[in-house]
Design a protein around this ligand. Structure first.
Ligand code: FE
Ligand code: FE
Length: 166
């Protein structure tokens, strides 16, 4: 497909985000399972539910435009998920592993925040008001999750991870 205008870019970016969300739907249960801290475990579980809705919102937006959400692989998310997996293999201490899971997942959230900020803005420019609202909802949930992870890290998990240090 020849990409020509902002609408094409918008659709392309939505496909990328759709792929990213679907990769996360597979990765988040593994991260929840690997987490020891109960707050972190439940943060991953809650965000898994939200992530399913994020994917559904993109499906809805694309359906409304008569487009398919499929057809693109988000290579950046593939890399971020791969790095998360490396953390699982490299860190055995449960507290340090929790800190590593937070570091990996905050990279993911920031990637999503950047992506959704862009498509939300495109939706506004293109006059796609309903889509802009849905994308803003997702953006808000990504931001809320990022802050929750910061809170968990700073209030307890990083401190517990530091206890094993000499
Ligand atoms: Fe998401
Ligand atoms: Fe997210």
């Amino acid at each position: 497909m020849q990409h020509e205008d902002l609408r094409d870019l918008y659709i392309d970016q939505l496909k990328d985000l759709y792929s990213a969300e679907n990769q996360l739907i597979k990765a988040l249960p593994k991260m929840a399972k690997a987490a020891s801290n109960e707050g972190l475990k439940s943060a991953f579980e809650t965000h898994l539910e939200e992530t399913r809705e994020h994917a559904q919102r993109i499906e809805q937006i694309m359906k409304d435009m008569g487009e398919s959400p499929k057809g693109k692989k988000c290579k950046a998310m593939e890399g971020l998920v791969e790095e998360g997996k490396e953390a699982l293999e490299e860190f055995e201490d449960p507290e340090v592993l929790d800190a590593a899971l937070i570091a990996a997942s905050q990279r993911v959230e920031h990637y999503e925040i950047a992506g959704y900020g862009c498509v939300r803005t495109y939706a506004n420019i293109l006059g796609e008001e309903k889509a802009a609202k849905l994308l803003q909802q997702t953006l808000d949930e990504e931001g809320k999750t990022d802050k929750l992870l910061t809170g968990l890290a700073e209030s307890s998990i990083n401190l517990e991870a530091a206890q094993g240090q000499a």
